[in-house]
Design a protein around this ligand. Structure first.
Ligand code: GLU
Length: 377
């Protein structure tokens, strides 16, 4: 089987599809027919076991239309437009998805949500819960409150961070271009389309040119798409850049429509675990009993009942070493609790946690997905 956008889609278990404003908004209104057709694609994928997270632009464009603002509106007016437009956008998604029995669920993110680890864990837990409940998360930037310092800036980057958060294996960027060319196809006749880009080399990045707006409505250009692909790739997530200018763009990709695939080696779980194992300075240590070590080796999460001692100062989401009572290093993981809380719940049963910390938090001390064990402890 040759590697292509179609085969990547067929193999995907969880994907993020990013839809730009230029596709969603026509004459200041949501393009209801196009959204309904896309929703059919999404429902079809879900039936075959592929979970779908939507990253949707369009709030500013829709709100601008409703509030009578021009394209050159000031920043505060754009943020106001996002406030008015986001609810219109969600109404449009509900109208598109509901006939297919799917409930959309709005998630508005700022950069802090994906860069501060305790918020990251919360956002991820919500996303997982929504997918488990069969809803379709619809993510956008929280434009109304995001200031320059905390903005993603464009939804391509937001979509890449969302893919990382969701541990998706595929990111599909739909726009009005059907992939990467070796020159700008709008100006250079005979520009060659690249169906597969295995490495994001400086030459490839140069082919993307500047981050020029596509069709004047969205904010992303080809360069921001490749930057997004780079982020996704480090998270073990492949990227497909494809045209959304057809009625059912996901079916079109599945059927072999022209697109560019940027594959990612390893996959999202391996990338996440490599990041935990390698890129963080442990802030503390959890001493665990032998029963807990055996459970971890059998693929279980670390429960508070197995924790014998808590050392160091760490917050929720910080990395901590897992050590045995004999002082051997058993692994490393992201703590589901702060050091203070962990001290309260160490050695206790899951059912006691809520009374001890005063709220209903996670059941585990470290989730098995968030830990890497030593091979020889
Ligand atoms: N978040 C913006 C909106 O919903 C779009 C930003 C983008 O498309 O890059 O209008």
């Amino acid at each position: 089987m040759t590697l292509s956008a179609a085969t990547a889609l067929a193999a995907s278990r969880r994907l993020v599809v990013k839809i730009g404003s230029a596709l969603l908004v026509r004459d200041d209104r949501p393009d209801a027919a196009w959204m309904l057709a896309l929703a059919e694609d999404i429902a079809g994928l879900r039936k075959t076991g592929t979970e779908v997270v939507i990253v949707s632009s369009g709030a500013v464009a829709l709100g601008r239309g409703r509030l009578g603002l021009s394209r050159s509106a000031r920043l505060d007016e754009k943020q106001a437009a996002a406030a008015a437009g986001q609810s219109l956008l969600m109404q449009a998604w509900d109208a598109a998805l509901r006939p297919h029995g799917v409930t959309p669920a709005q998630i508005l993110l700022t950069r802090d949500d994906t860069e501060q680890r305790h918020r990251w864990l919360n956002a991820r837990a919500t996303l997982e819960a929504l997918l488990r409940l069969g809803a379709a998360p619809v993510v956008n930037e929280n434009d109304t409150v995001a200031t320059e310092e905390i903005r993603y800036g464009d939804n391509d980057r937001l979509a890449a961070r969302t893919a990382q958060l969701a541990r998706a294996d595929l990111l599909i960027l739909l726009s009005d271009v059907d992939g990467l060319y070796d020159a700008d196809p709008r100006t250079v006749a005979g520009a060659t389309h690249l169906p597969l880009v295995e490495a994001l080399t400086p030459q490839i990045m140069a082919m993307a040119g500047d981050a020029n707006p596509v069709a004047g409505v969205g904010t992303g250009g080809m360069r921001t798409k490749l930057e997004a692909a780079r982020i996704a790739r480090t998270a073990g997530c492949a990227t497909v850049i494809a045209s959304g200018l057809v009625e059912r763009p996901l079916s079109a990709i599945a059927a072999g429509a022209r697109a560019t695939l940027i594959p990612a080696p390893g996959g999202p779980v391996a990338a996440w675990k490599a990041w935990i194992a390698g890129s963080v300075e442990p802030a503390g240590r959890l001493v665990v009993d032998d029963g807990a070590v055996a459970a971890l080796r059998a693929g279980k999460s670390l429960l508070p009942s197995g924790v014998r001692a808590v050392e160091g100062r760490f917050g929720k989401g910080d990395s901590v070493l897992i050590v045995t009572t004999a002082g051997r290093r058993a692994g490393i993981g992201l703590s589901a609790w702060s050091a203070e809380e962990m001290t309260l719940i160490q050695g206790r049963q899951t059912g006691e946690i809520e009374a001890l910390v005063g709220y209903r938090g996670p059941r585990v001390a470290i989730h098995r997905d968030d830990m890497v064990l030593e091979t020889s402890a």
